[in-house]
Write a protein that binds this ligand. Structure first.
Ligand code: HEC
Ligand code: HEC
Length: 351
């Protein structure tokens, strides 16, 4: 299950051997030379007991394989298929525009990036594209202490880290300090004429778990089921499960919202033929709002249904203090509850 403890056990083991060797070295050079166990015997004993302990650990905690990592996600996908409003409300009631493609760990970690060809040539599977998370949100209970806890004894390091971009790779709506009034649905650059906001149409701050991004380039969101926001809602809200769920139109894009107004685009198009000057000209990347694009989706056509466990959490990490997978499932759909149980987010030493 957990590499961490295996690794710690291995380090401790190596340490014990080292200490044993050092001790024997010292006693061997004592001037009296009396009653000293031969160095070789001592080291051997230490090695033996370490080996025995490591064997017990290995037996207790299975080594994670890529197949195991994929398998672990099954309960989560099963739960989402039964409970995510995309299926239970929008698709069921014919209020869905665009097709969805389920994106899971099998696809992201085993098949993606030529994984199939690799497996054929090497007779084994490998995650070629990304690292596997040290501990996933699905590893419950996890071993995480949480950066805040480390900060109790390391306040200077914690302060420095908490202002770093590593700490800001996942933020809650009330942490969006750069947004005037923290209003995530208000146009962010109204001066340019763009109506694009951090969150797309129909997605309110109380119906997201977290925001990913800073005003550098773009914003994205994870919904209260920890699924990547590759959609928006027209004529209603996700919170009330009203309106129509539409593929795409999901991502605030800073340069389009702030600087590349339709007028500027026309000037650019004079030099760069084909440069989009109307929303229609964006094609699959388009949306109903200038400054908002479709990402992980094709406007009104298709979208990924991709839980954070299948991708985002690997780099935009967060951790819960739930003891069991059942506790996690009981909280899914309730963003506030998920936030209350979040003990770590961002890329910290423990990651
Ligand atoms: C109860 C207080 C306490 C907590 C909590 C704590 N540490 Fe420490 N940590 C220390 C002390 C004391 C030292 C110095 C040990 C020494 O110098 O021998 C230390 C040393 C370290 C060092 C080595 C620093 C160096 O310069 O060699 C790192 C890294 C570290 N801690 C990381 C963490 C992380 C990560 C966490 C949270 C998971 C954490 N600590 C939680 C007290 C704490
Ligand atoms: C393989 C690691 C990795 C994965 C997986 C990943 N990201 Fe990122 N993401 C990054 C890095 C690194 C950056 C910062 C890039 C930079 O500084 O230019 C970033 C930046 C971003 C930004 C822009 C941040 C800004 O400040 O402008 C957004 C939004 C974002 N990611 C969303 C997501 C979402 C949503 C997912 C899951 C669908 C995801 N990312 C998955 C590594 C990753």
């Amino acid at each position: 299950m957990n590499w961490k403890w295996g690794r710690i056990a291995a380090i401790m083991g190596a340490f014990a051997i080292l200490v044993a060797l050092r001790a024997t070295e010292k006693t061997a050079v004592t001037p009296t030379g009396a009653a000293v166990k031969p160095a070789a015997t001592q080291a051997k004993t230490a090695k033996k007991s370490v080996a025995a302990k490591t064997a017990v650990k290995a037996h207790e905690e299975e080594v994670r394989t890529l197949e195991g990592y994929v398998e672990q996600e099954k309960f989560f996908h099963d739960f989402l298929k039964k409970n995510h409003p995309l299926f239970t409300d929008y698709e069921k009631n014919g209020r869905l525009v665009g097709k969805y493609q389920i994106s899971d760990r099998e696809e992201e970690f085993v098949e993606f990036g030529g994984g199939k060809a690799f497996a054929e040539q090497n007779n084994r599977h490998a995650a070629i594209t990304y690292r596997l998370g040290m501990e996933s949100i699905l590893d419950l209970p996890n071993k995480f202490v949480g950066a805040k806890k480390c900060g109790e004894c390391h306040p200077v390091q914690y302060e420095k880290w908490s202002r770093s971009r590593h700490a800001m790779v996942v933020r809650f709506p009330d942490e969006m300090v750069e947004i005037p009034g923290k209003d995530l649905n208000a146009p962010l650059y109204p001066g340019s004429g763009s109506k694009s906001a951090v969150l797309p149409q129909g997605i309110t701050a109380d119906s997201v778990y977290a925001i990913i991004g800073t005003p550098r380039t773009k914003y994205g969101f994870l919904d209260p089921w920890l699924v990547r926001g590759t959609y928006h809602i027209e004529g209603g809200t996700l919170k009330d499960r009203t309106g129509t769920l539409v593929a795409g139109g999901n991502q605030f894009s800073r340069s389009w919202a702030e600087s590349i107004t339709p007028e500027t685009a026309k000037k650019i198009a004079a030099y760069v033929p084909g440069f989009p000057t109307t929303l229609e000209a964006f094609g699959d990347q388009s949306s109903p709002v200038w400054g908002t694009n479709s990402y992980g989706a094709k406007n009104r056509k298709s979208m990924l249904f991709q839980p954070a466990s299948s991708y985002c959490e690997v780099c935009h990490s967060f951790k819960f203090d739930f003891k069991t997978q059942n506790e996690l499932m009981a909280a899914l759909g309730n963003a506030e509850e998920l936030r209350k149980h979040t003990i770590n987010k961002g890329i910290s030493c423990e990651e």
